[in-house]
Design a protein around this ligand. Structure first.
Ligand SMILES: C[S@@+](CC[C@H](N)C(=O)[O-])C[C@H]1O[C@@H](n2cnc3c(N)ncnc32)[C@H](O)[C@@H]1O
Length: 210
């Protein structure tokens, strides 16, 4: 077993580097590969399914830090942020990303250069059910991308492989100049999660008030 595969490798690294979750290394790898925060993307960011807050912290620790809107059902951890979650460039919306009220609050803070979603349902152990729930969240994230991304913007979203995810990738291929499925090393080897990455959003596909 290589050191990256050890169950606690990424968790220990996260602890050492003061992030509340190991998932930060999935974002870091995608950022290094795709340049997510490089202009024209990355200045105004929407982080969906943000708790406990590693992805938001990663973005806020970048120089220059983007303006960030984070959304989650659960509150963010305040153990490591050293005041970053109180900065004027950060806003947290606690609630369901599929809720119309949250959608309106997101719209008011948009448009965005990067929409990233690590949102995942609480797993039930039933793979088909979990894939369906994950797909619904990923579709919502893509809806946000289509409605609130600026031209040239980027999207990443988590998806549980299987189910109907091929249709979602086709939609991303239609909307973005480049669309790929990508599985970062930090994903647990037995996990069936992966990420879809869309770069260079072509233009608003839907009217902004759709
Ligand atoms: C894997 S965690 C995200 C980890 C986060 N990216 C980080 O680095 O700290 C998935 C998150 O999705 C959130 N989530 C699931 N369904 C949601 C929904 N309908 N609306 C908002 N957040 C949701 C969960 O509450 C959970 O915090």
């Amino acid at each position: 077993m290589g050191s990256y595969d050890k169950p606690d490798f990424w968790a220990q690294k996260a602890q050492k580097e003061a992030y509340p979750a190991r998932s930060v290394y999935k974002l870091k790898e995608m950022d290094e590969k795709f340049g997510l925060f490089r202009p024209p993307g990355g200045r105004r960011v929407l982080d969906l399914g943000a708790a406990p807050g590693s992805w938001s912290l990663y973005a806020l620790r970048k120089n220059p830090a983007p303006a960030l809107t984070a959304v989650d059902l659960s509150p963010l951890s305040r153990d490591f942020d050293k005041g970053l979650f109180e900065g004027g460039n950060f806003g947290f919306l606690q609630g369901d990303m599929t809720d119309p009220g949250i959608r309106e609050a997101i719209r008011a803070r948009g448009p965005f250069d990067l929409v990233m979603s690590d949102a995942a349902p609480a797993t039930s152990g039933n793979r088909s059910l979990d894939s369906l729930r994950s797909l619904a969240l990923a579709e919502t994230a893509l809806d946000y991308g289509e409605q609130f991304l600026c031209k040239g913007g980027a999207l990443i979203l988590k998806i549980f492989q299987g189910g109907q995810s091929a249709g979602l990738l086709k939609r991303i291929q239609r909307d973005f100049e480049s669309a790929k499925a990508f599985k970062p090393r930090a994903c647990r080897s037995n996990s069936f999660e992966t990420y879809f990455v869309g770069m260079k959003f072509k233009a608003a596909v839907l009217p902004k008030d759709a």
